[in-house]
Design a protein around this ligand. Sequence first.
Ligand SMILES: Nc1ncnc2c1ncn2[C@@H]1O[C@H](COP(=O)(O)OP(=O)(O)OP(=O)(O)O)[C@@H](O)[C@H]1O
Ligand SMILES: [Mg+2]
Length: 237
Amino acid sequence: MVFHCHNLRDINMSSNPLLELSGINKIYRMGQIDLQVLFDVSLHIYDGDFVSITGPSGSGKTTLLNIIACLDRPSSGIYNFFGENVGLKSNDEMSTIRNLRIGFIFQSFNLIPRHTALENVIMPLHYSTKFKNSNFKNLGLECLEKVGLSERVNHYPNELSGGQQQRVAIARALVTNPEIILADEPTGNLDSKTSDDIMKLLKNLNMQGKTIITITHDNEVAEQANEIIRIKDGRVS
Ligand SMILES: Nc1ncnc2c1ncn2[C@@H]1O[C@H](COP(=O)(O)OP(=O)(O)OP(=O)(O)O)[C@@H](O)[C@H]1O
Ligand SMILES: [Mg+2]
């Protein structure tokens, strides 16, 4: 069965999916033993979707998201990213896709401690020649403004609250203006009020046209999304 995600705001059955996973399997080789963690996963994600992936610990959520993020490759199956087969791409081509077309948000923020908020946000711009003529500072300030942190641009991560650090990480995910935002438990380290704020921010970005896929353990968080993908023991139900 193929799981279709369609943003209810903008149903267009004739459009092609941005991301299309068909029969994805993932097997980790552990010494003599093969450990299969994804089984025949098929998904379609469309432009403007806001999808949450939910399921028990160890069910394969991060493994699936890392494949979607071009951080890892499936053992078998086909992954088409904007109509192109990722399986035929080199590792360098995969990292270009990752740098330019995907913004990634982590549970533990992953900010660089010795860099200010602004310096953290502009970091991805250094990794592509596409931005060589851009004003990094202005792009960074614009993104910090989008996440409501214009007053904190020169703070270091340890001078920010958890919610503010996650906002910086979201600004960093936005700075290259990617089409897709992927988040692995972005509210996992935050209290419930701050989680709500971060989910509202993601929802807002979705309303502005970003396609968002977020993993969560939390049913309330999952319900903010337009579509929920439930995964159990490596299978999408
Ligand atoms: N690099 C790896 N090598 C071997 N096994 C792995 C590797 N990464 C994950 N696994 C195994 O794959 C399974 C799925 O892991 P995954 O991290 O995708 O789960 P998850 O659903 O994200 O869990 P959680 O909610 O705890 O983050 C687990 O049983 C895990 O032990
Ligand atoms: Mg995980």
